[in-house]
Design a protein around this ligand. Sequence first.
Ligand code: SF4
Length: 149
Amino acid sequence: MNESLIKGALIVLYAEMAALTEAECATVCGAAYAELMGPAYARCCEGNGHMCEAAIERATDVFGVTLARVHHHPTLSLMGPAGCTAAPHYRPLCTIHTCEINSLGFKRGAPEWTDEYFARRERLMELEAKRLSIQNLKETEYERATIRN
Ligand code: SF4
């Protein structure tokens, strides 16, 4: 599998993972957070502005895309009025996050959901490892060529 096929597969798989985890944010975690903080702050990424910066960096470094800062939220530069403006593959750690997985390691009362989640996560990690090894190889070759010249 070459690099562009891997990236294409990552885009699809992160979108599918987002569909799985966003439903959790919208119901399980988000609802509790909204009750506490108000609907404008109904996200557990509240206070994690560094994750937006990491997404901006990854979009440029891995996909060659410049993400625009939204200036809607006081600390989250990619948070727009209707949620995150970054596609799921630009923000992998946000995409795979749910509060129950993060705190308990499973979704309560939902073993099938948990199995599906970890199967998808494992596939994503495999592809990310392949992508990273290709990237490292390219960087090493570039460094060798720079030293030679
Ligand atoms: S990238 Fe999006 S989901 Fe992640 S912390 Fe920023 S606003 Fe939240």
